[in-house]
Design a protein around this ligand. Structure first.
Ligand SMILES: Cc1ncc(COP(=O)(O)O)c(C=O)c1O
Length: 440
């Protein structure tokens, strides 16, 4: 019998494997305590895009506040049509409105798609925190695909085949996250046709989480596997990242064309109809504007992506100059550096795992990060996730100011040098931390 007993009500055993105290919570609680105690903690643990709500979207939401009725499960027709056109244009594919389903957040959709599809989950590491717990809630087996921290190139076709061969099932789901959270890397474009060929042969449905796809960095372009594997790819996204609207809870998915896709969509809609009914009505109407292709909104998406790129590449370059191995980010606002080369001096300080490293950095250097282990890497791999999204944008006013400085013509170099005190202080402290580790 599970030890998870309430004085009167026993919790479901399904929660047993998920109720260990999360290092994410520990870090956040410690940061709050330390802030309350007046300590100057630099928060690189918090991942939320913080740019202001675009005025046209704020207006659209206000204008639709009177919409109070339940809506069709997959979304209002106008929104499904707008999303179809938006994704068609962005990904260079043809999308029919019937291929689109919306929900309160892509997290809910990811869960429903996992529930709707039989078979194991194939999960390449490092991976976003929620996919595996969702699979466990559904009693799904997970076939992990290992990461290689040295090269930053995680996914190989051999490792994908090995995952399939370990499975007892004749069909599988692969979650690809590109750009990735926590590494911000994109799946290499040249690998996409090979992954597609593998999936076709091994009977694998791809859930392609492209929520960071519209936050590409300035030196790259986003490419989706859907162009190579349209019949077996579900593309997922939402408003949370490229328009900084996480709290609006609007997620979208595009299923494959034809009857196979419709069967899948009906299955997911059935699940949604029993759990959330539909996305929030005023948000759906406002989202029509968000996906309309309005030039002002498109320019805003590009502007925010540019600033995420500048801020994240700046920190990456600094890590690189400090000699910290870290794959170059390509989209989103994260970095996934590795500290294995300092294993010995860290061990001398009682640090043997990424969780201990994150605690050590927080307690001794007042830098908050997340341990790699919460993203599926081995506990003793000394990787951390750093997020740039909150840094120097801790309040709405500060976030607005960064945007205004950029709009007023402050160049990217000056913006980072003169208007990012927290970022620059974090870099200084990381440098001191490494110097201290290397001192005899
Ligand atoms: C990779 C990834 N997928 C999905 C989500 C969920 O986004 P939402 O539920 O806000 O659409 C997040 C949010 O942090 C994420 O990082």
């Amino acid at each position: 019998m599970t030890a998870l007993t309430h004085p009167r009500f026993r919790l479901s055993p399904v929660l047993g494997q998920n109720l260990t105290p999360s290092p994410t919570l520990y870090i956040n609680e410690r940061v709050q305590e330390m802030w309350a105690a007046g300590k100057h903690v630099l928060h690189l643990g918090f991942g939320e895009s913080r740019f202001p709500v675009h005025p046209k979207l704020a207006r659209a939401l206000a204008d639709n506040a009177h919409r109070k009725s339940y809506l069709p499960g997959p979304g209002i027709p106008e929104l499904r049509a707008a999303v179809a056109r938006f994704y068609g244009r962005r990904l260079g594919i043809h999308v029919e409105p019937e291929q689109v389903i919306t929900a309160p957040g892509s997290k809910a959709l990811l869960y429903a798609f996992q529930m709707a599809i039989d078979g194991d989950l194939i999960l390449p590491v490092p991976t976003w925190v929620s996919y595996a717990p969702q699979a466990r809630l559904l009693h799904k087996e997970i076939q992990w695909v290992p990461a290689n921290p040295a090269t930053g190139q995680d996914l190989t076709i051999e490792n994908l085949w090995a995952a399939v061969q370990r499975s007892r099932h004749d069909q599988h789901t692969l979650i690809l996250t590109s750009p990735n959270n926590p590494s911000s890397r994109m799946t290499p474009q040249e690998l996409l046709p090979h992954i597609a060929a593998f999936c076709r042969e091994a009977n694998v449905l791809v859930l392609s989480d492209e929520i960071y796809g519209f936050v590409p960095h300035n030196h790259v372009r986003h490419h989706s596997i859907v162009a190579h594997y349209p019949e077996g790819t579900v593309v997922l996204g939402g408003l949370s990242k490229h328009l900084s609207l996480g709290g609006w809870r609007l997620g979208v998915a595009v299923v494959p064309p034809g009857e196979a896709g419709q069967t899948l969509l009906r299955g997911v809609n059935k699940i949604g109809s029993e759990i959330w009914s539909c996305a929030t009505a005023p948000v759906e109407y406002a989202a029509v504007v968000a996906y309309s292709g309005d030039p002002e909104i498109e320019a805003y998406i590009a502007e925010c992506a540019h600033l995420h790129s500048v801020r994240t590449q700046y920190l990456w370059r600094a890590l690189h100059e400090l000699g910290i191995p870290c794959a170059r980010p390509a989209g989103g606002f994260y970095l996934f550096p590795n500290f294995d080369r300092w294993r010995e001096p860290l061990a001398a300080r009682g640090v043997h795992t990424s969780e201990e490293l994150a605690r050590y950095l927080l307690d001794s250097w007042h830098i908050a990060t997340l341990p790699g282990s919460v993203f599926g890497t081995a506990p003793e791999e000394l990787s951390l996730r750093l997020s740039t999204s909150y840094v120097d944008m801790e309040t709405d006013e500060k976030a607005r100011r960064i945007l205004e400085l950029h709009r007023s013509g402050v160049d990217d170099g000056a913006l980072m040098r003169d208007h990012h005190p927290v970022m620059n202080e974090a870099i200084r402290r990381l440098q001191q931390f490494l110097e201290e580790l290397q001192s005899p």
